[in-house]
Design a protein around this ligand. Structure first.
Ligand SMILES: [Zn+2]
Length: 350
């Protein structure tokens, strides 16, 4: 079958790999119908963490962790999934019954792991062997409605991650929220905050098409300024003391420093931007102002059942974050477009 392979910095191609086959009785094989490119896929694409000095991969790496597809084959211990059913996968796999899964922290599953490494397929290919299939996959009742599939795919990662940011920042009915970052995760954080009933949502971002979508998702104010100027502007908008709930959706030193700058004393920051910083900036300031810095990698599997009905019934349309679609053979063009910020988020159709 064909799958996306990362050969080195900005050298991504579709190549032939062995067809996936059941290895464990708890596996399933899923034929991928919809996949996508994540902002976090751009780090290895740019050569970060590829493991050799010149940035080339030791051997071509499988990539992709967001996918939706059709169950093709199931292992002998998989009883709750049938061939032909449409499923969405979260961006990590998990057994659904260890002490962490029981606590809703499926990303810490003792039998779980990541797609695309250690002999596990990546999501940007024609098919995937899914370990711990019963714990991992979520069946989509009614199959794959094409109009809904982009939104259903966002449950895999981006919308669930935005929701995790909002939950981690304790967003609730009537909350005043600031979202730092206008990428697909930040926009999902706006939508998730609106869904939870936030009264006022300020997005910090300066790419007009993106902040326009943020408004459509429920943002009430846009602050294009950055750094000290941006912090001052947000404080003006929020009564001088900042907002009690802040979603940090970028993952850089600057964005987290901005989050600390705009949060109200005693407030909470939900950080979901994959950290590129070694240490939390402004930690002493956060301490003396009793700011809670929460969040982390989103346990998407825990949130999908809660978010799914609103997607199925059209109350939220998180799939609007996709602004470009490529076939699997053109996946390199999708990476280029996201890397150059020409596209917000790219859908891949094997
Ligand atoms: Zn588990």
């Amino acid at each position: 079958m064909k799958a996306t392979l990362l050969h080195g910095p900005k050298d991504i191609r579709v190549g032939e790999v062995p067809d996936p086959a059941l290895r464990e009785s708890t596996d399933a094989i899923v034929r991928v119908t919809h996949a996508c490119i994540c902002g976090s896929d751009l780090w290895p694409y740019r050569g970060v963490g590829l493991g050799s000095e010149d940035g080339s991969a030791a051997e071509p790496q499988r990539i992709g962790h967001e996918f939706l597809g059709v169950v093709e084959e199931t292992g002998s211990d998989v009883n709750s999934l049938q061939r032909g059913e449409v499923v969405v996968s979260p961006f990590t796999f998990s057994d659904g019954n260890c002490e962490f899964c029981d606590d809703g922290l499926h990303t810490s599953c003792v039998n779980g792991g990541m797609w695309g490494s250690d002999g596990v397929d990546g999501g940007q290919g024609e098919a995937v062997r899914v370990p711990r299939a019963e714990g991992t996959l979520v069946r989509l009742p009614g199959g794959a409605d094409e109009a809904l599939s982009a939104s259903l795919l966002t449950l895999s990662d981006v919308f669930s991650t935005g929701h995790h940011a909002a939950v981690s920042a304790s967003v609730r009915q009537g909350s005043t929220v600031v979202v730092v970052g206008d990428g697909a995760v930040g926009l999902s954080g706006v939508l998730a905050s609106a869904r939870l009933g936030a009264g006022r949502i300020v997005i910090m971002g300066r790419h007009t098409p993106r902040t326009d979508l943020a408004k459509r998702f429920g943002a009430t104010d846009v602050v294009p300024e950055r750094g000290a100027e941006g912090i001052e502007r947000v404080r003006e908008l929020t009564g001088g003391h900042g907002a009690p709930h802040v979603l940090e959706c970028v993952g850089t030193d600057d964005s987290l420093a901005t989050a600390v700058g705009v949060v109200r004393d005693g407030g909470s920051i939900g950080r979901v931007g994959a950290p590129t910083y070694a240490n939390i900036p402004q930690s002493a300031e956060a301490f003396f102002r009793n700011v809670t810095i929460s969040g982390g990698v989103a346990p998407a599997r825990n949130y999908i059942p809660e978010l799914l009905p609103d997607v199925l019934e059209g109350r939220v349309q998180p799939g609007l974050v996709f602004d470009k679609t490529v076939g699997l053979d053109d996946v390199a063009e999708g990476y280029r477009a996201m890397h150059e910020r020409e596209a917000l988020k790219v859908l891949v159709r094997p």
